[in-house]
Design a protein around this ligand. Structure first.
Ligand code: FMN
Length: 214
């Protein structure tokens, strides 16, 4: 089946894109509002896309065409946020953070999620998160009436003891156990993994049993 996106409405495009581009990592973002209230909310339009500078991106819908979500408003006002990565243990609490609490509610407060002070930014990280990225706002882009793209620069990371081999900078996935988002209410675990050896062109030629060409 071929689909022309111009013939689909926004809801249909959302359904298709979020069903096809999976699994997406989940950022449970902690921010502090101008009045000092700590906010936590999950975002799966999330990824990292650079290391120099080290950048992450979040895609935020507006609640309606004019009102930003608390996360976007707080980041815009303070320029700081923390991305708490989500593992199997944190998944249910992450989902509860997406309840549309009234603006100004502190989800960590209501849900009893302990916060730990960050080193480089004002918002704290969640004690239960296996890893957290401390970020400063790099750019906030308003895209159309309904979307904001937050690009953040990672200025620090906290990784739970036992997850990182500090010498080789390798993460132990058996212990990390991050979850990914499929579409809607569906999630996946990352327990089943496989490796593919990356080949140079010369290695690929050798595997074909031939000479390098070109
Ligand atoms: C797993 C998950 C991923 C989500 N991803 C996004 C997202 O990428 N963008 C978005 O605007 N809302 C997303 N949401 C919805 C927000 O988390 C929800 O609207 C939340 O109430 C926003 O809270 P805030 O106003 O405190 O920022 C997601 C919800 C869940 C459960």
């Amino acid at each position: 089946m071929d689909l022309a996106f111009a013939e689909l409405d926004a809801r249909q495009r959302y359904k298709l894109l979020t069903a096809l581009v999976v699994p997406r990592p989940i950022a449970l973002v902690t921010t502090v509002g101008p009045e000092g209230v700590v906010n936590a909310a999950p975002y799966s339009f999330f990824n990292t896309f650079g290391q120099d500078p080290p950048l992450v991106v979040l895609g935020l819908d507006r609640r309606d065409r004019t009102t930003s979500k608390d996360t976007g408003r707080n980041i815009d006002a303070t320029g700081e946020f923390v991305i708490n990565l989500v593992d199997e243990d944190l998944a249910e609490a992450m989902n509860l953070c997406a309840v549309d609490f009234p603006a100004g509610t502190s989800e960590p407060g209501v849900l009893g999620l302990e916060l730990v002070a960050s080193r480089h930014v004002r918002p704290g990280r969640l004690a239960r998160a296996p890893a957290a990225l401390e970020c400063r706002l790099f750019t906030l882009m308003r895209i159309g009436a309904s979307r904001e793209l937050v690009i953040g620069e990672v200025v620090g990371a906290h990784i739970r003891d036992g997850l990182l081999d500090a010498e080789r900078l390798r993460i132990d996935y058996e212990r990390y156990r991050p979850v990914g988002r499929l579409c809607g209410d569906l999630y996946c675990r990352t327990r089943e993994r496989f490796a593919l050896r990356r080949l140079s062109y010369a290695q690929w030629c050798a595997e074909q049993g031939g000479e390098e060409t070109g």
